[in-house]
Design a protein around this ligand. Structure first.
Ligand SMILES: [Ca+2]
Ligand SMILES: [Ca+2]
Ligand SMILES: [Ca+2]
Length: 258
């Protein structure tokens, strides 16, 4: 109970959970300005990306309310350059509920999962999609609410339909840029190349095995109360741990509700 209270207080101080009416199960704080993937990712050159920050995760919270699980991402700079809502930022979370599952984070993330997932949820703009371990869509009527001003993206997932016991699950959130291929629907993570191009990020590699995500939550950073202790594996090391020779992609660690 005491830790839950502290989590609520932290959320209130940061203003991330204050507006929510659900129970906050956990909130992880992520550093500002580490939207650089393995250390040197940069944004595409097109002016719509402006000063950047569209893929800078500041916090990730999991709430529970009326049989719904809510994932809230606070982003440093949500933008709407074309007056059509958020199309640049893409968020996702992989959910591990049991043994086995999908070892790869989909939609061009180019990352493996330490905790193979039974479900993956992706959202950008007004669209959200949930897939199962075989990449088949799961129709649970998930919804997404984006508040450009507040910098928040909230995904609501009815978990009764997937027999939820969220406290035992493991979660792997990731943030990048969306490429909807001009179609306006839910796209994929936008490619990161060695050198930035108008619509491609830079700082990665031209072989398509480097992560196309800009920001994750490194382990230990999840424990807001011991943020200064422990053996934190830096995000740079995690996202830079792909192998050009074997083609092995980087593996993202999972978060647990405690
Ligand atoms: Ca960040
Ligand atoms: Ca699993
Ligand atoms: Ca981070």
């Amino acid at each position: 109970m005491r830790s839950a209270l502290v989590l609520l207080l932290v959320g209130a101080i940061l203003g991330t959970a204050a507006a929510a009416s659900g129970e906050v199960l956990a909130i992880w704080i992520d550093p500002e300005g580490d939207d650089y993937g393995d250390g040197d990712y940069v944004y595409p050159l097109n002016e719509s990306f402006g000063e950047g920050g569209e893929a800078d995760l500041l916090s990730f919270a999991i709430e529970k309310e009326n049989g719904n699980l809510i994932f809230e991402y606070k982003i440093r700079n949500l933008v709407d350059p074309w007056g059509v809502g958020n199309r640049l930022t893409m968020v996702c979370v992989a959910i591990d509920t049991e043994e086995g599952g999908d070892k790869e984070l989909r939609r061009n993330a180019n990352c493996l999962l330490e905790a193979p997932s039974e479900y993956q949820i992706f959202a950008a703009g007004e669209t959200v999609q949930m897939i199962d371990a075989n990449s088949e869509p799961v129709d649970v009527e998930a919804t997404v609410e984006t508040d450009i001003e507040a910098g928040t993206i909230r995904i609501t997932v009815p978990i009764d339909a997937i027999d939820g016991a969220a406290a035992d699950w493991r979660f792997t959130p990731a943030v990048g840029l969306q490429d909807d291929y001009g179609a306006g629907g839910l796209g994929d993570f936008r490619d990161v190349k060695a050198e930035p191009e108008e619509w491609r990020g830079g700082g990665g590699h031209d072989l398509a095995i480097d992560p196309n995500v800009y920001d994750i939550i490194a382990p230990k950073a999840k424990r807001v109360l011991v943020i200064f202790g422990g053996d934190e594996i830096p995000q740079e090391e995690i996202l830079g741990d792909y192998d050009l020779e074997t083609g092995e992609m980087a593996t993202i660690p999972a978060l647990e509700i405690e």
